[in-house]
Every structure is written in C-alpha cells, then in structure tokens.
Design a protein around this ligand. Sequence first.
Ligand code: SAH
Length: 458
Amino acid sequence: MKQKPPVHKDQQIEYEITGLAHNGAGVGKYEGFTVFSPLAVPGERVRAKITQVKKSYALAELMEVIEPHPDRAEPVCPIFAECGGCQAQHLSYPAQLRLKRQQVMDSFERIGGLQGVIIHPVIGMENPWRYRNKAQVPFGRRDGKVVAGFYAPGSHVIIDMDACLIQHPENDRAVAAVKRLANELDIPPYDERKHHGVLRHVMVRVGVNTGEMMIVLVTNGEHLPHKKALVEQMKSRFPNLKSIVQNINSKRTNVILGPVNRLLWGSETIHDTIGPVRFAISPHSFFQVNPAQTKVLYDQVRKYAKLTGKETVIDAYCGIGTIALYLAQDAQAVYGVEIVPEAVEDARHNARLNGFNHVHFEVGAAEEVMPRWLKMGIKPDVIIVDPPRKGCDPALLEAVVGMGPKRVVYVSCNPATLARDAKVLDEKGYQPVEVQPVDMFPQTGHVECCALFIRNDK
Ligand code: SAH
C-alpha cells in the first residue's frame, strides 16, 4: 500500500533540491516524498511552505534559500516572479542548459529504461533574450487607464507591462503604441467579467529575418472605434508594418483569436524565412516562435536524416510543413500529413511559394494516412515525427515501423514522452542512437530534442 503523504497544507519544511522539473521548478524529496518548489535551484537547501498535496507529490512555495547555489542568478526581468511567462530566470544560462540536458538524460534512464544513448549538450543561444517573434498581450483597464500586460497569477487582473525581455523589441514597441493610442483615442478595453468593451488582445508577429510586421487587434464584436486613426498612426510609426488585421472574438472564452479576420490595411500575410525556405504567416498560422533556434533544430534534423537528394521522406505531424519544406531541398519526394486542415492549406501554399512540386501534403491522422500510403507503394527512407506534448500514438509508431524506413528522426518538446516512445521503437528494432537537445525557449523550463533512431539490420 502507498504511504500517506508525510506533509500537509501550510506545513513548512526544510529540504534539499536535487533536480529541475519540466516546468522549471526545483524538485526534491522530503521524507521520501516528491516536493516541487518553483524558483528553487538544484543543489540548494530551502525552506518552503506546502501549498498543495496530491497523492504522489506536493507543491510548495519557496520561503527561504538556506544555502544558495552558485547556479542561482538574479532574474533580469523585474516582474519575473509574478508574470509566470518565464520559469528559469533565477538560473544562470549555462545552468539552464546543463539542467535541461540532465532532464533529458533522466527521462531516458528512468522512463525509457535506456542506457548508452548519447545525449549531447544542449545547443543554446548566444544571446538568450528577445528571441520571440510573436506577442499576445491582453488589454484591460486599471485606475481608469488602458493597461496591457499579463494576468496576475491565479487571477484575471491585468498587470501593466512595458517590456518583455524574451520578446522581439519591435513587438514590445508595437504593443506599447497600441496601448498609448487606445488611451488617447479612448478605445475601451474589454472587461472579461462584464463581457463588454472592445479591445481584448493585441497580437504582434514579426518576421525576424524579413523585418515584416503584422498587428492583429482582437475585438469583442465588429465595432472598433477610431479604426482609421489607429491604422494611420500605426502605419506612420512602424515603417516595416505590412499588415493590420481585426480579429473578431465575441465569445466568453480564454481562447485568444476568434474565427473571423478583417483586413484593415496591407496584406493578409507576412513572410519569414528559415534558411533559404520562405513561409507565409497569417494571424491563425502556427509558426515556431524562435526562428533562429528553429534553423538550428532543423539543421540537426537534416543531419540525422542524412539526405543525398535521392530519398523519400515522410513528415508526420507536419503542421504548416516547415520541416517537410526545409528537407525538400535535399530529397526526391516529401510527404507531409497533419490533422488540422487549415495548417495543410498553409503547407501547400508554402510549397508553391518555394516552387517545390515534389512535396505533397495530406489532411488526416498520421496513424491512418501512413498505412494507406504504404499500400499505395510509398516507401520512405526517412520518417520525421514531431508530435504534440503527449507524444506519438501507439498506432503511429506501429505505422512507422511497418513502413520500414532506415532512419527515424523524432523531434520532441517533451523528454518524458520522447523517452517512452524511444523504448517502444527500441523494442521494435529501431535503436535510439543519439539525442541533440536544442534550447528553443531560453529562460523557460521547456526543452526541445531531436533524436535519431536507426533500423537494426540483422
Ligand atoms: N512540425 C511542425 C508542427 C509540429 S506541432 C512544426 O515544427 O511547425 C504538432 C502537430 O501535430 C500539430 O500541428 C498538430 O495539429 C498535429 N497533430 C496532432 N495529432 C496528429 C495526428 N494524429 N496526426 C497528424 N497530425 C497531428
């Protein structure tokens, strides 16, 4: 029988932090019981107050660091602790990279039960700040003024914010400009509780390699007062602005974008590039938020795929086709499959944009489409999978193995599910050879991996 948890709510404990959890929290054992404490650094002894007790673990609030660890860093952002957007600014950047690698190693050992897989040091950024190409900022009112920032933890009160240090500086400037204009022109922000007012969110996207900027004003309903003045002012302030869109979201919901886009000025899409490949991005498109590191990641995929120009490649979970199109430069044929129809439309559009006619995209669940492709006689040399956090469907892994590619390259945003799936692939004759983690999200607890599996030929 499982033991009763040795802690209770509001209890203060002293314990040793031994690792970094996937959400950036420090984790350690208290009387054999797992306790997570955000903002605590591995190697530290801390005093913490239990805030929540679950069956197999507890959460605690850091009260005092008894022995600070040299990995501890002063957070650069003044609102780091309240905002919650980043989880790792209290760690020096080299420590972040080291601990993320350790997380991957632990997952492979504990969850995958796999030894001898090479886990390379994480490839970090030279400058791990200001990397995000997309900002989505909620608007509200405080003390009579329009404010824009982030929700205070556990609430829907908006804390005003002037700068986000992981955001592209142009995005910050654009949000600040809209906020100023909303105050000057008296454009009412949305009030979530009363479900009235106008401006809900402002989304800004910037093509970091092209400079092109898109501003999306998310409104509660059709009406947007002073539309013309707003557009004129933004145009004159931001010479790189290419597109201003009104997105209508009239629902009581936490989902940021509504279904309808109205072009207020300019073009419907902006462009960005990853290496030589060009992508069109519209308000609803999914596009990697850190393009510099995306290139690093995709170059790794390309290296592991070992393409010579003669291969057939499948990109399962292809999204808007970024990996498929990146690899198309060196492959004979590429097939992408993705479950969201709009993403596949974007993928096809992007294939045309780059003049690729040897890339085919299909809508559907990869685990259903791939067996069909096999029956049609498609024999891939390499299969790329890049699933959501929950990892690959067992049927998908079955389909991958059934197609018998020489190489499988697995891109993962969750080391735990990667390790679980690596075990399955290993049992089915695909050896996990090496893993290259890439830091796509500096200052946060997230880690992205690229893993290579090679078919065992007896
Ligand atoms: N490779 C892309 C997208 C990866 S995100 C990129 O780097 O941009 C994972 C994608 O898998 C999402 O677009 C999601 O819609 C899709 N997806 C989820 N389940 C799926 C399934 N069963 N079959 C195919 N695609 C799926």
